[in-house]
Design a protein around this ligand. Structure first.
Ligand SMILES: [Zn+2]
Length: 380
């Protein structure tokens, strides 16, 4: 069995545990995380108490579904600091999404969580992309379209594995000519890679098509995508078609076109292997929930609401009920890695599915009334 420190220290090894060892390792690290939050976070403890859940009693991977979940919609609330396990003074970063529906989501992270997440991301990138050197062309959307500054952060860390890079952040229109300039300049000197959300990469592809420009990147070039199509869903094309276009117009092998799945509220980033299956990190567990009954975990392969359990987070409980829809499989992938593979289907409608058994209002009320009673107790 691997501890969290061992997983982070050797991401590759953590991805090839036997299926039984994987199940026990992920159960152990998530149980320890839940015990930590239950002990230090009054709001999470109230959820455990309301559901009658004792995190210390979690033994088997099947028990993980018992853990209380925080709906991601709660991160949009002005009083979202109630969710914190760490103190506000310990918060190092506040990651905000522009919010597809107008209201920003704020995810606060302390330094311990940031360090673990950064180490985990670098290990994950190196494990899946085998990148060492080369040049990265980053097609970054504007903040308002990034929907998540966390997305940019995830990309920036990827930058650390390259020798050279260029950022293109568009203000109004994406400048495909400038992108082409960078690619031409690096030709013959470095292996060229392109990183960005699919809608921006697709604009580059459309430009090449319209201008009838013939570009062949290098034999080991990669195209790495994250963040979906955002409000450009009208331009969206199926993944396989997208990979074919990358191959036809940029000469990048379809196996080297890789997508990733994540969200700002979680440290979980699932990255595609060469077989285009998105592997869940070994320190996370995905539980698919019945949308009509979110307390219920659906069997492997069934499509439902995605819940993410993450052991890295010490800022707030990393046990989240998302609005996203997908399914999950576990076992051994054709690439040799074990654990879970997630199939993301679509972003939810932000309807804020589900609630905590104890609402933020009720929790704050109970704390206030406890404070009111305190002086009386002192008098006695
Ligand atoms: Zn795989």
């Amino acid at each position: 069995m691997l501890s969290l420190a061992q997983m982070l220290g050797n991401v590759s090894q953590a991805h090839v545990q036997s299926p039984d060892d994987w199940a026990q390792s992920v159960t152990d690290v998530l149980r320890d995380a839940a015990i930590y939050h239950q002990a230090k976070n009054g709001f999470y403890r109230a959820q455990c108490d309301a559901l009658g859940v004792d995190p210390a009693a979690i033994n088997d991977i099947g028990d993980l579904q018992e853990l209380p979940l925080l709906p991601v919609s709660m991160f949009k609330r002005p009083d979202a600091q109630v969710l914190l396990t760490c103190s506000l003074a310990d918060v190092e970063t506040e990651t905000r999404s522009s919010g597809t529906h107008g209201i920003q989501s704020v995810a606060r992270r302390n330094s311990e969580t940031m360090t673990r997440a950064l180490v985990g991301l670098i290990g994950t990138y190196r494990e899946f992309f085998n990148l060492s050197g080369g040049a990265g062309l980053f097609l970054n959307p504007t903040d308002s379209e990034a929907s998540e500054m966390g997305l940019l952060k995830d990309f920036n860390i990827l930058n650390s594995v390259f020798d050279h890079h260029a950022y293109l952040v568009d203000d109004q229109a994406f400048d495909a000519r400038e992108a082409m300039e960078h690619l031409r300049r690096w030709k013959g000197h470095m292996t060229r890679h392109i990183v960005g959300p699919p809608f921006l990469i697709n604009r580059l592809l459309r430009f090449l098509e319209q201008e009838k420009v013939n570009v062949r990147l290098d034999p080991y070039s990669m195209i790495i995508t994250l963040g979906g199509w955002k409000r450009h869903t009208a331009e969206a094309i199926p993944e396989e078609g997208f990979r074919d276009r990358c191959h036809d117009l940029l000469g990048v092998r379809p196996a080297n076109v890789r997508d990733m799945y994540g969200m700002i509220e979680s440290n979980m980033l699932a990255v595609e292997c060469h077989l285009h299956r998105k592997h869940v990190p070994p320190w996370c567990y995905i539980s698919i929930r019945d949308p009509g009954q979110v307390g219920k975990e659906l069997p492997s392969g069934d499509t439902g609401t995605i819940a993410i359990l993450d052991a890295l987070n010490t800022s707030y409980p990393g046990f989240l009920l998302t609005d996203d829809v997908g399914n999950v499989e576990s076992g051994t992938c054709g690439c040799g890695r074990t654990g879970q593979v997630i199939n993301f289907r679509r972003r939810g409608q932000g309807s804020g599915l589900g609630n905590c058994p104890v609402s933020i209002e009720r929790y704050l009320d109970s704390r206030n009334s406890a404070a009111d009673e305190a002086p009386a107790l002192v008098k006695v």
